[in-house]
Write a protein that binds this ligand. Structure first.
Ligand SMILES: C[S@@+](CC[C@H](N)C(=O)[O-])C[C@H]1O[C@@H](n2cnc3c(N)ncnc32)[C@H](O)[C@@H]1O
Length: 415
């Protein structure tokens, strides 16, 4: 094994340490700026594996999870809090600077709270038929088996055991499985993708397993296997019955923080006009906004919109909330459709909302609230709005994906 000694110069945007070498930048996971490290290069790649830290940074702390460094779920547990916050804040600052947007970025708001209320586990059988259930390894197509994950919400207690039971029940199929578990008011809601069209015998095995694991619901790629209790979550005053696999903010605290920031930005500006909530999902913002203002909510997921409609019908005292299921990439709302609204909120998936941002840039809407889980697509879309005459007046980073390199952004635009 040939190793080499390097000094880490900075952190890359995935949280990996980066050393400048004669061959260009070399990325070393789990290292920190200023550290002298011994590494082994990964052939043909611009990265290396850490062999040992020779001179640690003052910002190095002991990771709290025994799987850290192998499991790909967390990248930054080895970093002290102030440096960690500065790194995440810096991701947003540099994305905006790269897009040529000069704006002050507020301090990052921690939003991990009690932990992740949703997680996707993976199950794979090795060549020797040994089952592994856990998270994917760092940049490798290999599952790191786990028996516990300390960053999960207590509502996901039992989730790891349940995923092993799902994987064992389906081991005979030999299929790689992705198992999404969500903490709902009724308990664990589990959706399995990777295998479908099961023989009746295996479906019955799954039904028995769901009972033994006390699951609230078990679905296979959205197809119901068994429902034992309601799979609701509270959103403001409403209670929403989640469709299988529907989007949900990763933590309770993240959900509340993002919704509070959106309400602060949107509520006051709307006056008597309705707020338009684009990429509304099951109504994380729409249902809370509807406690004080009229809302129109649009999302491409018809099941999410149906769940939102049902929640509206079952909740007393909300202002009128209308919905539309619509693909906003292909059919963004155009200027004439945007005209009735004084405030538009948009919260797209990671790829951003380029088509909709172009239409918003052409509109006369006075205020826009943007929520994003990807600072670089956010910066791209923000640049379009600014080119259309909007001023970017507030940017708040939110940290619900603690110890990962992901950071959310909430922003306000005005004209
Ligand atoms: C980041 S989630 C936000 C959902 C919601 N605002 C929330 O906070 O729970 C993004 C949403 O975009 C929706 N979406 C994805 N692609 C879409 C498209 N092409 N058109 C409309 N909605 C889309 C998804 O269904 C999802 O609900």
């Amino acid at each position: 094994m040939t190793t080499e000694r390097l000094t880490i110069a900075c952190l890359g945007h995935r949280g990996d340490g980066c050393a400048q070498t004669a061959d260009g930048p070399l990325y070393v996971p789990f290292t920190l700026p200023g550290e002298e490290v011994e590494v082994q290069r990964v052939p043909g790649k611009d990265r290396a594996d850490l062999v040992q830290v020779i001179r640690p940074s003052a910002d190095r702390v002991e990771p709290f999870c025994p799987h850290f460094g192998v499991c790909g779920g967390c990248a930054l547990q080895h970093m002290a809090e102030p440096a960690y916050r500065a790194f995440k804040h810096g991701i947003v600052v540099s994305a905006l600077a790269d897009a040529g947007l000069d704006v002050e970025v507020a301090d990052i708001v921690p939003a991990h709270g009690r932990g992740r209320r949703r997680a996707t586990f993976h199950a794979r059988s090795t060549a020797h038929d040994v089952l592994a259930v856990g998270f994917m390894a760092q940049r490798a197509h290999r599952v790191v088996p786990i028996d516990d994950c300390p960053i999960l919400d207590p509502g996901l207690a039992g989730a790891v055991t349940a995923c092993w039971a799902v994987a064992e029940a389906l081991a005979a199929t030999g299929k790689p499985l992705d198992i999404q578990v969500t903490a709902t008011d009724g308990g664990l809601d589990v959706d399995v993708s990777g295998c479908s069209r099961l023989p009746e015998r295996l479906r019955q095995t799954l039904v028995r397993m769901a009972g033994a694991q006390d699951l609230a619901r078990l679905t296979l790629a959205g197809d119901l296997i068994v429902k034992r209790r309601p799979t609701t979550i509270a959103i403001g005053r409403a209670s929403v019955e989640l469709p299988p696999g529907a989007f949900l903010q990763a933590t309770d605290a993240g959900d509340i923080t993002l919704a509070t920031l959106v309400r602060e930005m949107a509520g006051k500006l709307a006056g008597k006009a309705a707020v338009l909530d684009l990429f509304a999902g099951v109504g994380t913002f729409a249902l809370r906004l509807a406690e004080t203002v009229r809302v129109t909510a649009v999302d491409g997921d018809a099941a999410a919109i149906a769940a939102l409609d049902a929640a509206v019908r079952a909740t007393q005292g909300l202002k009128p909330l209308t919905t539309e299921a619509r693909d906003l990439f292909r059919r963004p709302l155009v200027a004439a459709e945007l005209k009735p609204f004084r405030v538009v909120v948009f919260d797209p998936p990671r790829q951003g909302a380029e088509a909709q941002a172009r239409r918003l840039a052409d509109s006369a809407v006075p205020a826009i609230g943007a929520v994003s889980c990807n600072p670089s697509t956010f910066a791209r879309d923000a640049k379009l709005l600014v080119a259309g005459g909007y001023r970017l007046t507030r940017v708040v980073p939110v940290d619900q994906f603690a110890w990962s390199p992901h950071v959310e952004v909430v922003a306000r635009f005005e004209r």
